[in-house]
Design a protein around this ligand. Structure first.
Ligand SMILES: [Zn+2]
Length: 536
């Protein structure tokens, strides 16, 4: 019988620590729901002590997700562990993942502790955790630069203290696949009670070896792989879940292992995470990149037409990509639209989201002859990325051309009030953003702006993603339209709404107060402190 490999996804914890990524509770819950449907065994939902928002995110995931173990990260301190337990105690299968660094360099410079104290602390806190939570995972941080004899002692001691999963992190992404495989092999041969625990690995991609290292660990007896969707994570990221999974599946002749992942949901999960984080997937990315299954060269195409296996080691369908691309048009009804949504993997949409997406689809069908899968994904993403709409774009008008200053007029409403403002800018998009800033009465930093066409053709939808920040709070926004200025304005307002909802979460760093626009009284807000929020 083939050995079972457990997939531990840390998109919501390590992935969320990527530069520029910040997910709100709602986004975390949506991603966790999708990870659960994908068949992820363990979802690491966050680091509850880090912030109130992180705590609330983990708590919401623990409360709502069934069929996956929910893990929370904690340092080896009572405060961290208590907070982690408080966040996950309502989970069906809770797990606390606690860690302390064991390499000389980390112990000396970061922890300022000697090895014996580190060992004692690890043991004490693992047994403390074990009294609260039935499942304890322990990580010796920077394991790959830890003195092996010390590493074996730590592992043996924490297993005796009650740890049931031992995670070996290549924290700095330093080892080569053969070295990492050898380390796992040595741990199995030198830790006397290792058969009482599952060996897990957590590889970083600083030298592009995270997936290879994880697979090498599997060859040497590791049974759990920690990874993230699209390889997100600190610095160069973690091992990409989709690559680890498809390598195991496609080369089952070699690995001879079983996994629970429903690979047909990989593509959908990847795009959902990409939209929520605003981090786009590079076109040549293995498995989920736009070109991963594209065959451009004539020789390849000829071979593919005769027999797919000439150049294809796995099918697009196996990750949930459909071959049929042309779908709906003006005369397609609601039933066909809903069927299409199901086919594209949108099985957990609220009825209201479906209604709105259908309306947008009908509007689009008046402008665009053939509506492709990608267009529908864009519309649904726009609808589901909407948080409560504090601000709504009523209309915009721009004027621009060569040799003249671009100007834009916008009308933005909030509840039953509305304000209108005009502004100049460096091009029509900049002018529109400036006018929106004025109407709303706050200035945010535009950190990133990207635009792409949803499909080929002159009537393609323009998809705009913007990232904004104010003080240290970041937000992503997304908008689509056949008019790129409109798509940009929608994305910008969506990002601002996301930011406002984020600030309304009972959490986050620093006190942020939005001033209201000059004429805000006429919006009906009154006291000028409407967005003044107390933040720890
Ligand atoms: Zn990590």
């Amino acid at each position: 019988m083939s050995k079972r490999i457990y997939i531990f996804d840390t998109t919501l914890r390590d992935g969320e620590q990527s530069p520029g990524i910040s997910l709100n509770v709602n986004e975390k819950l949506k991603i966790a729901t999708q990870l659960c449907e994908l068949g992820v065994d363990i979802i690491e939902a966050g680091f509850p002590i880090a912030s109130k928002g992180d705590f609330e995110g983990v708590k919401a995931v623990a409360k709502n997700i069934r069929n996956s173990t929910i893990a929370a990260l904690a340092r080896t301190t009572k405060q961290d562990i208590d907070r982690a337990w408080e966040a996950i105690l309502s989970a069906e299968q809770p797990r606390i993942h606690t860690f302390i660094a064991t390499s000389d360099i980390h112990m000396k410079y970061k922890l300022k502790m000697n090895p014996e104290d580190v060992l004692a602390k690890a043991v004490e806190m693992v047994s403390y955790t074990r009294k609260l939570c039935p499942e304890v995972e322990f990580s010796p941080e920077d394991a790959t630069r830890t003195n092996p004899e010390f590493l074996y002692r730590v592992i043996e001691s924490v297993i005796n203290a009650g740890a049931r999963v031992i995670n070996i992190p290549d924290t700095v992404g330093y080892l080569t696949p053969s070295e990492f495989g050898r380390l796992i092999h040595d741990i199995r041969n030198n830790v006397s009670n290792i058969d009482k625990a599952v060996i897990s690995v957590h590889c970083h991609n600083d030298l592009g070896m995270a997936v290879a290292n994880s697979l090498s660990a599997i060859e040497n007896g590791a049974e759990q792989v920690e990874c993230t969707i699209n390889g997100l994570g600190e610095r160069a990221g973690n091992a990409a879940l989709e690559e680890v999974v498809m390598a195991i599946k496609t080369r089952n002749d070699h690995f001879n292992t079983a996994i629970r992942i429903v690979t047909e949901k990989l593509y959908r999960t990847s795009s959902m995470v990409s939209f929520a984080t605003g981090v786009q997937v590079q076109p040549n990315k293995a498995i989920v990149g736009a070109n991963a299954f594209a065959h451009e060269s004539g020789i390849h195409q000829h071979g593919m037409m005769s027999n797919c296996e000439t150049y294809e080691i796995m099918t697009p369908e196996s990750i949930g990509l459909k071959k049929s691309q042309m779908v709906l048009g003006k005369h397609s009804g609601r039933h066909a639209f809903e069927e299409k949504l199901k086919e594209l993997g949108y099985s957990n949409l609220e009825q209201e989201e479906v209604n709105k997406a259908f309306q947008l689809f009908k509007d689009l069908a008046d402008k665009k002859k053939y509506i492709m899968d990608r267009d529908i994904e864009a519309l649904v993403t726009q609808e589901s990325s909407k948080v409560s709409e504090t601000y709504k774009l009523e209309y915009f008008q721009t004027s621009s051309g060569s040799g003249i200053t671009s100007t834009s007029t916008v009308k933005v409403s909030s509840g039953d009030c509305a304000g209108e403002e005009a502004a100049c800018g460096d091009g029509p998009v900049d002018a529109t953003f400036n006018a929106i800033d004025r109407a709303i009465g706050m200035t945010v930093e535009l950190e990133e702006y990207s635009i792409k066409a949803s499909t080929g053709g002159n009537d393609a939808l323009g998809e705009v993603t913007v990232k904004i920040s104010k003080d240290s709070v970041k937000a992503v926004g997304y908008g689509v339209s056949t008019n790129i200025i409109e798509a940009s304005a929608k994305a910008y307002i969506n990002a601002i709404n996301n930011m406002v909802s984020r600030l309304n979460e009972p959490n986050k760093k620093g006190r942020v107060a939005f001033k209201l626009a000059r004429n805000y009284n006429y919006f009906g807000a009154g006291d000028g402190e409407r967005w003044g929020l107390e933040l720890p």
